[in-house]
Design a protein around this ligand. Structure first.
Ligand SMILES: CC(C)(COP(=O)(O)OP(=O)(O)OC[C@H]1O[C@@H](n2cnc3c(N)ncnc32)[C@H](O)[C@@H]1OP(=O)(O)O)[C@@H](O)C(=O)NCCC(=O)NCCSC(=O)c1ccc(O)cc1
Length: 137
């Protein structure tokens, strides 16, 4: 079962002709990542400020299939494809009215904000991520 959330495409996310400008999609994606962690009770504020952990992206593979327009609502489905020792593979689909507009595969790594080296996923975070585990077919 993927994590699901929606975001409207705002005026500032679009170019002069009213279609989405792709850098805005990256900010939306970060918000989806953050919201997924919050959904299982682990806020990024806690991760970063109390546990001294960060989650940089190591790799992204993104494909844009159709334009989205000012006023559209993007429905996101985020699948956890693999949880490694410190890495995490996510695949996310952004849909408008059921049609895929873009999709992205991300590899994220858990790091210490002190030395910026990898750290294993804590058990509670791993358990939360497993909620959305959906390995590729
Ligand atoms: C992530 C790193 C710290 C990893 O360094 P190390 O501690 O030496 O890593 P390791 O060799 O232990 O590898 C860690 C894991 O990554 C995996 N890994 C390492 N390199 C790779 C590559 N090149 N490809 C795929 N996977 C990899 C590796 O297989 C390990 O997986 P597990 O087995 O599951 O543990 C280092 O590669 C790095 O700093 N990379 C740059 C990250 C970066 O700057 N990203 C740019 C975007 S900024 C960003 O996304 C962001 C910024 C601020 C935020 O608050 C949030 C997000």
């Amino acid at each position: 079962m993927p994590f699901e959330t929606s975001q409207p495409l705002r005026f500032g996310d679009c170019d002069l002709t009213g279609i989405a400008y792709h850098p805005a999609y990256f900010s939306m994606l970060v918000e989806v990542n953050r919201a997924m962690f919050a959904s299982f009770g682990v806020s990024w504020e806690e991760m970063m400020l109390e546990r001294n952990l960060g989650m940089p992206v190591l790799k992204m593979d993104i494909g844009f299939e159709k334009p989205a327009r000012f006023g559209d609502v993007l429905d996101f489905s985020m699948h956890v494809r693999r949880i490694g020792n410190s890495s995490l593979d996510l695949e996310t689909f952004a849909r408008v009215k059921g049609e895929v507009i873009w999709s992205v595969r991300q590899r994220i790594v858990l790091t210490s904000t002190e030395d910026h080296r990898s750290r294993p996923w804590p058990d509670d975070v791993r358990a939360g991520l497993e909620t959305y585990m959906d390995p590729p077919a």
